[in-house]
Structure formats: C-alpha cells, structure tokens
Design a protein around this ligand. Sequence first.
Ligand SMILES: Cc1ncc(COP(=O)(O)O)c(C=O)c1O
Length: 377
Amino acid sequence: MKDSSGNQRPTVSRRAARFDSSGIRRVFELIRTLEDPINLSIGQPDFAMPEAARNAAHDAMMSGKNGYTVTQGIPELRSRISSDVQKQIGHNDRAFCITSGTSGALVLALMAIIDPGDEVIIFEPAFVMYRPLIEFLGGHCVAIDLSPTFEIDVDAVTSYIGPKTRAVLLNSPNNPTGKVVSSETLEQLAEVTDKHHVTLISDELYRGFCYDHPFTSAATFSKNSVILDGFSKSHAMTGWRVGYMHGPPDIIDACITLQQYTFVCSPQAGQWAALAAADCDMTESFDTCRKKRDRLVEGLRGHYDFTHPDGAFYLYPKAPGGSAEQFAERAVREEQLLIVAGTVFGSADSHFRISYTVSDTMLERGIEALIRLADKH
Ligand SMILES: Cc1ncc(COP(=O)(O)O)c(C=O)c1O
C-alpha cells in the first residue's frame, strides 16, 4: 500500500511481521500430503470430553444461555473453582477470573504485570506462546536454558533477578519436557520471588497429569503468585476455551478490567460445561495417560536418551545425530512420523517432543518407527 507521497506503507505492524509461522504452515502442508501419518505432534488429549459436560453445554445453548456473561465469569463456576482451590492450597485470600482458555489467562497476566522494558524470566524449553507474548508487550525474555537435565536451579534464577525483573513464568507439569518441579524447588522459588517482589506466574494447566507424586501448586507457598489453569487438557475441552486464573486481588482485578476490553468473557456454553466437568472424576483418563507414558518410556529405553517425564503427556528425548530439526525431517521422510523439533520451544536444536496421547495402535507404530530411526542412525 502506498501513501499520498508514493511511499510504501506497511500493511502489518512490525510486531506482527516479526513472527514467522512459515515453518508450522509447512508442517501442516506436509501432513496433508501424507497417506497414513504417525502423528505424535498434537498437544491435546485423545480421551473424550465428559458426557455430563457435553450435555451441560447443550442444555445451556438450548435454554438460551448464549449471550455474554459477566466479564469475570459466571458466579457458579467462579465459586466452584474457588472452593476447589481452597481445598487444594489450604487458604483462600485469592481473587478469581474465568478466562478464554488458559492462553487468555496468560495474555491477561502478562498485560497486567509487565510494562515495556520489563524483564520476565522464563525457562527454556518453554511453551510456544511465552516468548512471543512477552515480546508483543515490549517486555524482554530472560531465558534460562534448562537442558539437558530440565531441573530448575533456584540459585541461578536468583542471579538473573535484577531491577527490571517483574515476573518468573513457570510451567509444571511441563510442556514440552514432561517434567514436574519438586515441591522443595517450588517452595524455594516462591521464597525468592516473594523476597525480591517479583510475581511468580505458574502455569498449572497440566496439574491433573502428575503421575508419580501428588501435585503441589505454587499458590501453596506464595500468596503473591498468579496461577493459570483451565479445563482444556484435564477435561479434553480445548475447543471450548475455558481457563481461569487466581491470585492477589489487585492483579486479578486488573486482569478483569483488561478482559473487559479484549476477550470480553469466556464463551458462555463452555463455562456451563466446565461447571459440570468440575464434578466429573477424570482419574481413569489420567491413569490411561500414565500407562501410555510407561509404555513409551519402556519402548524407547536404551534407544534414546531422555529424562524421566513425571507429568503432562510429553516425552522430550535427545535427537540422534544432534540436530532435532534434521531428525524431525528425517522422521517424516523415512517413517511418515510427526514429532516436534525443540527449536519450537527455545533456541537449543537438540531435543524433540513426542506427544503420547494417541491410540495404543498409533503409539506402538510410533515406538517401532522411532526405534528404526534410532537404529538406522
Ligand atoms: C503450558 C501450556 N499453557 C497454556 C496452554 C494453552 O491452553 P488453552 O488451550 O487452555 O488456551 C497450553 C496449550 O497447549 C500449554 O501447553
């Protein structure tokens, strides 16, 4: 587009133009050309959304509950989540907001907490949205590379906290490594962030998928923490866009105001579905995921180098040959196998993500293909 003086005007902002999704689009194009792919790249559960939740969404729609809700979410769901959180963390001096997916909570938390020039400490590999969102807002990511152990060293975190640090953004159980931060580390991290008046933002979306020990929330240790959570993964409701956040009232109030001017509210039928979902026991689904985790770990042991994944539904092995990108390309070419190269989650081109929430048949095909790829190397 040209202005009146004939100068070229950009049609999209520099912010938007900076992000390059051509790699992801290329993968989608590639998937379409494959006849019978082994797809271990998708980050969503393969079990069904509970029937009671589907019925509740249907009933909500049919009874005319299709309009906006109050910005912070329907009172029934907020009060249900609030009492569940109180049981979980043992105190309830927190404010709540229902958001448009956990992504919505993440956007609002970052908007509420950081100003341009502020720093946020993240741990790489990290969920794909963290860095772009912080940078969208003019913030700087201070990335701590956790490979190859994927353990957090709290002393190292402390050494990165400076005058511009506003938040530490944590995700446990983790996408993509499957690691769960121990409650000792979490407690130390909470102490350090509280001491330096830095907000600990804890993305606990995969909390139901914690296989080897009970899950502990960051809110147990820090009243100042902001917790991001949601129904997408635990209740297989990724498309319904229901997440929530809780934290200190001043931050959550700011998030509610920001939601009013952005997302408006989480979709109403989804909120009623989530209220019904909160009553559904998902233990069996989580147990099935744990069995898939065990099968994958057992199948790849001795063929790949990886740390034990105690949560979420991902395994993050080292790529044979060194480059994860080259390995992911080889997996598609030689085995029609789709996995995600670690460069999507950070700068290190060393590991790749396997998502194991697939049918048992698909998982077995995946294990066989991965073994062939490792052996051929
Ligand atoms: C760590 C993490 N946080 C947040 C999200 C976003 O979740 P939602 O679909 O509820 O927005 C995801 C989705 O994959 C995730 O893996």
